[in-house]
Design a protein around this ligand. Structure first.
Ligand code: ARG
Length: 464
């Protein structure tokens, strides 16, 4: 039987079989946290030296070794070994190779349990800022596009049926608002990630006179966790991230679904740039919105990552359990997916051509002005319910005769009500319908301009 040479091998007589070892190892994926692990160790060893738990000389030697490892890692020179299980033990073993047995003092007053939690807080903290910055860019693109298309008219839908004409800028600003709230959710997530688990040790804290405020500060965290069991055993900051990412992906999947429809032959509202489209291997004419479809599709995986971790965490007793090692792949995958997806969506929106004339025309051959006629009668004193009934009957009549409300002659209108005058034709135009919807937050051009201005100010403010 193989001897056990693990860092934890003291109480073992035999080693793990290779395939069992592989099952337990996380180095294939947790190496993504190498840089953060080294930063955490640097803070820890600085504190060990400052508090006199190890000598300043030992601390300096370990620090120098860690800094070299950091440089080696950044230069792509570190080679990890699966028999060292995870990133923490790999780095400790590499440190030992570099500086000898003094490396063994680094793990004083620390456990892999608080170490791994610390790494994940550091990792997510960095990624949250990146996600928020990318969302800022996406929101900027949406606002610019909305500003360009304040006056562009499109059909507004309910049940995917033409409902009332709206401003395309208004439609885009709806998404701007959703992505703004997404961004705020990630900002709130930062508050719960900005806490240091380091010093919680295995589960119960330590007898060494550590200074947790110091390590927290050195790593840029606002404060240490106040309960060591909580620090090592919860992953709610990750769940919160996965939930926020799921909501974000849900929003992105909706705009992507619309883009997919908009560039279909039926809509022809937008044309995607070649740089964000793909062709077909058999049908030469095809130009497919693959990137939008992929964002829509990847949304499923991101929901899966949330459900996966929720299920891992369910009923897990305190404190650390190896189940928690399953918290990483879904988190990395989510970070990597959303950071690219946000950029893809921004690029797609920024480079697409809006077929504004066709978009507006598609509101001319429909009944999306029926509410205008009902409102027109209501303003002149007809109770709205009655006006609704009258217009409904007219719509039916037009449908049977194959024309639209704006095609009816004035005589026909006056048969229905002598309250209807020549100005009905201007009232029935889409442009009038949009222009006049100036209630707060409505699609009226003035309202949309106001929304755009507010958004521009908010975006500028959040840069500082
Ligand atoms: N690789 C482990 C993880 O990701 C590190 C913590 C291991 N701790 C332990 N007690 N086995 O969770």
């Amino acid at each position: 039987m193989a001897e056990n040479h693990k860092l934890w091998g003291g109480r073992f007589e035999a080693g793990l079989e290779k395939w069992v070892e592989e099952f337990g190892a996380s180095i294939s994926f947790d190496q993504k946290m190498a840089e953060f692990d080294l930063k955490g160790s640097l803070a820890h060893v600085t504190m060990l030296g400052e508090t006199g738990i190890i000598t300043q000389d030992e601390s300096a030697q370990i620090k120098a070794g860690l800094e070299e490892l950091l440089q080696d890692f950044q230069a792509g020179k570190l080679v990890f070994d699966i028999s060292n299980e995870d990133i923490h033990m790999n780095l400790e073993s590499l440190l030992t190779q570099k500086i000898g047995p003094v490396a063994g003092k680094l793990h004083t007053a620390r456990s892999r349990n608080d170490q791994v939690a610390t790494d994940m807080h550091l990792y997510l903290q960095a990624k949250l800022s990146e996600v928020i910055d990318k969302l800022h860019h996406l929101r900027q693109i949406l606002v610019e596009l909305a500003a360009e298309h304040t006056d562009t008219i499109m059909p507004g839908y309910t049940h995917l049926q033409h409902a009332q004409p709206i401003s395309f800028g208004h439609h885009l600003m709806a998404y701007y608002n959703m992505f703004t709230r997404d961004s705020e959710r990630f900002e709130f997530n930062q508050k719960h990630t900005n806490i240091s688990p380091l010093g919680a040790a295995a589960l119960a804290g330590t007898t060494f006179p550590i200074d947790r405020e110091m390590t927290a500060q050195l790593m840029g965290f606002e404060q240490p966790y106040s309960n060591s069991l909580d620090a090592v055993s919860d992953r709610d900051f990750i769940l919160e991230f996965l939930a926020n990412a799921s909501i974000l992906m849900m929003h992105m999947s909706r705009i992507c679904e619309e883009i997919i429809s908009w560039c279909s032959n039926e809509f022809k509202f937008v044309t995607l740039s070649d740089t964000f489209s793909t062709g077909s291997s058999i049908m030469p004419q095809k130009k497919n919105p693959d990137m939008a479809e992929l964002i829509r599709g990847k949304t499923g995986r991101i929901y899966g990552n949330l459900t996966g971790l929720l299920t891992v965490m369910k009923s897990l007793p305190l404190a650390y359990n190896k189940d928690l090692q399953e918290d990483k792949e879904g988190m990395f995958d989510t970070v990597e997916t959303i950071t690219v997806a946000i950029d893809i969506l921004a690029g797609m929106l920024d480079s697409m051509t809006v077929n504004d004339v066709h978009m507006a025309e598609s509101t001319e051959k429909d009944f999306s002005n029926a509410t205008e006629l009902a409102d027109y009668l209501a303003v002149k004193g007809v109770p709205f319910r009655q006006a609704h009934e009258i217009v409904g009957k007219l719509v039916l009549e037009c449908t049977k005769n194959g024309h639209y409300l704006q095609d009816l002659p004035l005589e026909r209108y006056q048969e229905i009500s002598d309250l209807i005058e020549e100005d009905i034709y201007v009232t029935l135009q889409s442009k009038t319908a949009v222009e006049r919807r100036n209630s707060l937050g409505g699609t009226g051009f003035e309202q949309v301009k106001w929304q755009v201005e507010q958004a521009k100010k908010a975006l500028d403010r959040s840069l500082f």
